[in-house]
Write a protein that binds this ligand. Sequence first.
Ligand SMILES: *Cc1c(COP(=O)(O)O)cnc(C)c1O
Length: 439
Amino acid sequence: MVYGEKPDISREKSAELYEKAKKCFPGGVNSPVRAFKSVYGTPLFIEKGDGCRLWDADGNEFIDFCCSWGPLILGHNHPKVREKVTEEMQKGMSFGAPTALETELAELILKNNRFIEKIRFTSSGTEAVMSAIRLARGATKRDKIIKFEGCYHGHSDSLLVKAGSGLVTFGETSSAGIPKSFAEETIVVSLNDEEALKAAFNQFKDQIACVIIEPVPANNGLLLQSKAYLQFLREICTQNGALLIFDEVISGFRVSFEGAAGYYDIQPDIITYGKIIGGGLPVGAYGASAQLMANISPEGGVYQAGTLSGNPVAMAAGIAQLSELAKSGFYKELNTKTEEFTNAIQRYATSKNYAFKVFQIASIFWFAFTDADAIQTAEAIDPASMEQFKLMHRELLNRGIYLGPSGYEVGFVSVAHSKIDLEKAKRAIFECLDIVFKR
Ligand SMILES: *Cc1c(COP(=O)(O)O)cnc(C)c1O
């Protein structure tokens, strides 16, 4: 142990549960990143959460900056969400028929969002994005789509595609089990590169159904794009008769109630949502103009469905959570709190000359072990820096701070993180930076 490092927290119970889980699930988990493959130790099995805190099976307590990967903007187990969900549950869990709750949640969203006129609920972000792509293809009668290296859009076939070599490339599948012919319909270009996108549109004239982007790319570090670049996307899509899809599964209801569309004031053609929209239960959604949404079945010819879509209990959680977010001043307070937190960390790192940057937007932050002032493309991330994150992650866990178990993942601040919690977290982070950079 290097000076300053702390002994590891006990993971006996978690390790035991992990062994059992490995007999049931591939890799012991139901979603790969949970397996702690990029950080030290076995995954922590969580027992309960409350406010900004998590407790694992061994009784370790953490201040949580993962927040279930984003959905929990009000923190864990928020009383308003819990009460509304409990109330609805008394009436039954699912009917497979319309309920007023779906319309209530839709109205709450549409009334407070200038960028979409109609919405359709799904049960996950993946489904929302997959359906948005189908809508774009159906509406334009074109097959090819453009995505960006470093943006994640869920695990549907067309989107598990990474860049090959060269400026404009057909995608290469990034998962086994995806036909090459599917990947060839997806063109992958670098973020923040106008020339690459122009070249793609030239090469595939009148074949591009849509360009899909995370307007706040937050699944591979936090690769903040300029507003000018996002405006360029809007223009080039319009010029070429392609649709612009903002995948706002993370940024929706996070960077503002209207998401990144509202934050940057840019009108995409289709927007996808997930995570926050369901208040911690499985909900996704996609929305667009009424005219575009008329293409969706049963109104139009683009088929999309879901047995549990608009589930009443999930809708109740969404209503309770989004009602809080729609209150005036909600985002200002949360964002200011986050900015104070991340600025203080940056000041500390800078004062010590550490090659460390905190990138931040609204209540999203990313710790990057770098000298660069900006990182705007996936290629600009140094894979070697992940070793530093790995050490930091362990030391943070040992000090009661929980971050997502990968250096490519962003952190989230919730309203439940009090100034005192953030102060505690800051001190732990300072100590961990000292340890990482003393190596
Ligand atoms: C999480 C995420 C998805 C996938 O959502 P799931 O609910 O995990 O299927 C899609 N797009 C973005 C931008 C995401 O962050």
